[in-house]
Design a protein around this ligand. Structure first.
Ligand SMILES: [Zn+2]
Length: 89
């Protein structure tokens, strides 16, 4: 659905990941059970995908399995595969 946040805000934010820096795309997200998961990239141009950032606790320890399930290992936030677009069936 449409977003009301179209005022030209910065939609990419830097986040420290150990010795690396990842760039979180706040306009690219998947709905989680608690808070959304945001897509993280290894560069600010969003060319190389790093993974997901948990919107609930800010952790990068988010895993995704082959079924499309996303799960944060630091809190209870997760996304069920059934919420996913069924285009890959
Ligand atoms: Zn979390």
């Amino acid at each position: 659905m449409g977003s009301a946040n179209n005022a030209g805000d910065v939609l990419t934010d830097e986040l420290a990941a150990g010795d690396d820096t990842v760039y979180v795309a706040y306009n690219e997200r998947d709905t989680g059970s608690v808070e959304p998961f945001y897509v993280a990239y290894t560069d600010s141009d969003r060319t190389e995908r790093y993974g997901y950032v948990c919107g609930a606790c800010g952790s990068l320890a988010v895993s995704m399995d082959a079924m499309g399930r996303i799960e944060c290992s630091d809190c209870a936030n997760s996304r069920k595969p059934s919420q996913w677009d069924a285009a890959y069936l």
